[in-house]
Design a protein around this ligand. Structure first.
Ligand code: IPE
Ligand code: IPE
Ligand code: MG
Length: 249
């Protein structure tokens, strides 16, 4: 659903009392964006960095406390080595360039995924960035890197089983599983955005998004702007979340 409202129009239409606490985004369509321009796929990934800034800025301006971005999936290793290498290089460049802004705006960085399988240099840069921003109290920006929801659930269950074997204590419950996931401490996403029109979750936050509102736009990720995020939030506020009950009205 899109409206003709301008950015300021959208901003004033949004009810600040009913913001989603956590927005998660499947940033998709970089390759198609580049293809449309007869550019190499990596040019799309580079352009996608600008869209990341737009999304972060929009959340910051609104006061949404948690934003999670799907940047690299466990399945993305299947891509040509050159594309994977360039994605890793872009990530390092992003961390280096954005550090100052992140501290300026009190953004706290976090990573979810099997990070130990990422290249050593990337791991090091991530550790540095997480350390440098850990006292920030503004937006929590989580990057999903080498992330797969099924892998996450497997890792969580392994953790629970280990604990059980070691101490003989522990339980298998929704709470225990939630706390063993990479997202421990993050609220479940209220709003899940996917760009480029694809209607699937692609192994993203399968557990946490159980009751997330889904919002899909045909806009390709590099073209995504603050305005798109505001539109998504406004549409989200028109939804009735029932959680299996009968709702309020
Ligand atoms: C999303 O864009 C970025 C990553 C998955 C890293 P794609 O690279 O998937 O772009 P399309 O889907 O091929 O257009
Ligand atoms: C999902 O996009 C993963 C990320 C955005 C990082 P993909 O492009 O990898 O997903 P599929 O292949 O279209 O399902
Ligand atoms: Mg894609």
């Amino acid at each position: 659903m899109t409206s003709q409202l301008s950015e300021t129009g959208l901003l004033s239409a949004i009810d600040r009392e009913r913001l989603p606490h956590h927005i998660a985004v499947i940033m998709d369509g970089n390759g198609r964006w580049a293809q449309k321009r007869r550019l190499p796929r990596i040019a799309g990934h580079r352009a996608g960095m600008r869209a990341v800034r737009q999304g972060v800025e929009a959340c910051r301006r609104l006061g949404v406390p948690y934003l999670t971005l799907y940047a690299f999936s466990v399945e993305n290793w299947k891509r040509p080595q050159a594309e994977v290498d360039l994605l890793m290089a872009l990530l390092r460049e992003f961390l280096k360039k954005e550090m100052r802004q992140m501290n300026r705006y009190r953004i706290r960085l976090r990573v979810i995924g099997r990070t130990r399988e990422l290249p050593k240099a990337v791991q090091q840069d991530l550790r540095k960035a997480i350390e440098a921003t850990k006292r920030n109290t503004g937006l929590t920006l989580s990057l999903a890197l080498n992330y797969g929801a099924r892998a996450e659930i497997v890792d969580a269950l392994r953790k629970l089983v280990r604990k059980l074997k070691r101490s003989g204590k522990g339980e298998v419950s929704e709470r225990a599983i939630s706390q063993a996931l990479y997202t421990r401490g993050l609220p479940d996403p209220d709003l899940l955005i996917r760009t480029s029109g694809e209607m699937r979750l692609s192994n993203f936050l399968l557990w946490q998004a159980a009751y997330a509102e889904l919002w899909v736009t045909d806009t390709l990720w590099p073209d995504f702007t603050r305005r798109d995020l505001y539109q998504a939030v406004l549409d989200y506020q028109k939804r009735e979340r029932r959680y299996g009950g009968l709702g309020l009205s």
